[in-house]
Design a protein around this ligand. Structure first.
Ligand code: ATP
Length: 298
């Protein structure tokens, strides 16, 4: 009985996922994998947000116990402020974002939002409070309207169009024959990297969460596109608590604090001016980017 139950239940989960139209099978399985990693604590309460101050307190984390990725990371994003994380590929920047969203649980230390440990609140309330604009947006094989409203099933067409306008994707959508009913994804209209990111921004604007995570794209966008998207992100981030994983230092100069990461440690921290005065790794990265256009810091 048990043997029969487990596979059927598993298939049920997969069936629901396929029905939702996830475009990427690998991503589908990694989502299922993640869901098994964390669960609501018994008696978990909804997150109560009062301004949304985020704190990482002596956080340690390893995907594989043999290789620790984050070593005692502590920082705070005060309510309504922006903290930027920079550093070479593989230094652990995206892992910080994954832990805040609770794709995984920390091994030691804790992450709090307004003093509440993210492990003690319901996952649904945590994820309602956080909007993510990822490097690569996964679009569903469904309409543009569905993709923008994803996670907000009650959104009206007016709200969807307003979010699309603010993300500067409305005119493009309106120029397609079926407009907001155009199918996108593998079996529909293929969107460019920049267009997909705008859909993600529109989705986030519609969700209007108090905390935002931006994972800046490393490649693919031309610089006028990048500048336009940057402007849209800044508009979306007004008065919100923001964690930005930055690849272009020009986007972090106004951050409350910049964390320079290397191999899972914060090796320098401070605002732009302070880091420039220190004349260390950040100042070196800045000079390199100024000299060579806008490459990713490495
Ligand atoms: P990038 O700038 O290239 O996005 P990053 O600084 O964001 O890099 P992370 O994605 O946080 O780096 O990865 C940190 C380390 O953790 C890397 O060495 C990576 O190989 C490892 N890592 C990331 N995801 C996993 C995973 N799911 N399982 C095992 N190791 C992982």
């Amino acid at each position: 009985m048990i043997q029969l139950y487990i596979p059927l239940n598993f298939l049920g989960v997969i069936y629901r996922e396929i029905k939702q139209g996830l475009t990427d099978l690998d991503k589908m399985f990694s989502l299922l994998e993640r869901e098994r990693e964390v669960a609501d604590a018994p008696g978990a309460k909804p997150l109560a947000v009062h301004g949304a101050t985020v704190r990482f307190e002596r956080v340690r984390f390893a995907y594989d116990p043999a290789r620790e990725i984050l070593h005692e990371i502590s920082f705070e994003i005060p309510a309504g402020k922006k903290v930027a994380v920079v550093g070479p590929s593989g230094s652990g920047k995206s892992t910080l974002a994954r832990l805040l969203y609770r794709f995984y649980d920390v091994d030691e230390g804790r992450i709090t939002i307004d003093g509440q440990d993210v492990r003690q609140v319901t996952q649904a309330s945590l994820r309602r409070a956080i909007g993510i604009v990822p490097q690569d947006t996964v679009l569903f094989n469904d309409t543009v309207a569905y993709n923008i409203a994803y996670g907000q099933p009650g959104a009206s067409r007016e709200q969807i169009e307003a979010a699309a306008s603010a993300a500067h994707i409305h005119d493009f959508i309106a120029s397609t024959p079926k407009g907001y009913e155009t199918m996108v994804g593998e079996r529909g209209l293929k969107l460019s990297g920049g267009e997909k990111q705008r859909v993600a921004i529109a989705r986030t604007l519609l969700k209007n969460p108090p905390i935002l995570i931006f994972d800046e794209a490393t490649s693919a966008l031309d610089s006028s596109n990048e500048r336009a998207i940057q402007g849209e992100l800044e508009a979306a981030a007004q008065d919100k608590t923001v964690l930005v994983i930055a690849h272009r230092l020009s986007t972090v100069v106004d951050a409350h604090e910049i964390l320079v990461m290397e191999r899972g440690h914060i090796i320098e921290r401070g605002n732009h001016q302070r880091l420039m005065e220190m004349g260390g790794r950040y100042a070196q990265m800045w000079r390199l980017q100024q000299a060579g256009g806008d490459p990713a810091p490495a």
